[in-house]
Design a protein around this ligand. Structure first.
Ligand SMILES: NC(=O)c1ccc[n+]([C@@H]2O[C@H](COP(=O)([O-])OP(=O)(O)OC[C@H]3O[C@@H](n4cnc5c(N)ncnc54)[C@H](O)[C@@H]3O)[C@@H](O)[C@H]2O)c1
Length: 325
């Protein structure tokens, strides 16, 4: 039997805290070498891009493949979203597909959760820190949820290039998380934050890295192609740089690839992968003044671990529809 899980089914069982916990285990498996994580495969039909993201985490018994498509004309031509994702979860003992689930909400939560995990290990530990969220879209909301599970956040500030999007974000997330949220008038106003998340669709740097305060922690999740970056060279240079995957950052992240191409940095600037910090193989923050920067491009192990969590919870609660294919 195959368990079909809709977006609403996924929303009803998936909690940020649980997701951070399973990602901690997934990144541990990655650092220990037991995770299987082939590079994602891309196919370009004339109308768009189709990506296949497989992963296997033996310790968690999670074997899955996410199919994500980016079809820019979908909204106007077909009244459908630009980005659509589905996850196929398999039984690793038999290989049989045991679940097909919506991947949109799952992707946003797992992307918020990896920032939560990085924040847990890299941000300063004081109570009552200020979170600054760049972007007010789908991912941005989950970024605030992720960091607020990792640290006690006294206030959040949001900045989107469309002020009405920021206002909407503030109203929705204040109600969801119970944290006061201010709308910033400029990117500069954001740089008083202790924990900064960049979750925009901008291809160019979104703030002046020289103005970020000492001791900040940054989660950069938005850009993940070689020619796009949200972060300028100054902030990358000022920071201890932690990658979700070193190979991923050196092949997909303009934030680090562009300064390397310009001769401003070398690959050695990547201090560690997140899994190495989580397992204690490498040391994270060494002082309260240091700026730490986590760069996320998104890994299929995050999808596999989260899909297994969703499946287990749905089975336990009797959610979804079983069908015999
Ligand atoms: N790292 C990962 O695992 C991962 C996963 C999913 C999506 N993403 C990326 O995250 C980014 C955001 O995705 P989304 O689904 O939230 O998109 P979205 O379109 O819902 O939101 C993006 C927001 O960024 C705002 N924006 C654009 N330029 C800006 C600027 N200079 N300053 C402030 N705000 C600006 C837009 O107005 C928009 O509200 C995309 O680049 C996407 O590819 C990364």
């Amino acid at each position: 039997m195959v368990l079909l899980l809709t977006r609403d089914d996924v929303i009803s069982v998936l909690q940020m805290k649980d997701c951070i916990n399973v990602l901690e285990k997934a990144f541990t498996e990655l650092a220990e070498g037991s995770a299987v994580l082939p590079l994602r495969i891309g196919i370009k039909p004339p109308e768009g891009l189709s990506l296949y993201m497989p992963a296997y985490l033996p310790g968690m018994n999670a074997l899955a493949c996410k199919v994500v498509t980016v079809y820019k004309n979908n909204p106007t031509k077909h009244n459908m979203p630009t980005t659509i994702g589905k996850v196929l979860l398999q039984d690793s003992e038999t290989g049989n597909v045991i679940s097909i689930m919506d991947g949109g909400y799952l992707t946003a939560v797992r992307t918020g959760a990896v920032s939560g995990l990085a924040t847990k290990y890299l941000a300063r530990e004081e109570e009552g820190q200020v979170a600054g969220i760049f972007g007010a879209g789908v991912q941005a909301k989950m970024q605030l949820w992720g960091v607020s599970e990792a640290r006690n956040i006294s206030k959040a500030i949001v900045f989107d290039k469309f002020p009405e999007a920021s206002e909407k974000f503030a109203a929705e997330m204040e109600e969801k998380l119970g944290i006061p949220i201010e709308v910033a008038r400029s990117a500069d106003d954001m740089l008083q934050a202790d924990i900064i998340c960049t979750a925009t669709s901008s291809p160019d740097p979104i703030f002046d890295g020289s103005k970020v305060k000492e001791g900040a922690h940054i989660n950069g999740i938005g850009s993940h192609t070689p020619n796009a970056r949200e972060l300028d060279t100054t902030i990358v240079k000022r920071s201890m740089f932690i990658a979700d995957s070193k190979d991923g950052c050196l092949s997909e992240a303009g934030d680090i690839m562009i300064p390397i191409q310009n001769g401003e940095l070398t690959e050695d600037h990547i201090h560690a992968e997140l899994g190495e910090i989580v397992t204690g193989r490498k040391t994270g923050r060494t002082s309260k003044e240091q700026i730490t920067l986590f760069k996320s491009n998104g890994l299929a192990i995050q999808d596999a671990a989260t899909a297994k969590l969703v499946y287990d919870m749905a089975k336990e609660k009797g959610i979804g529809k079983e069908i015999d294919i």
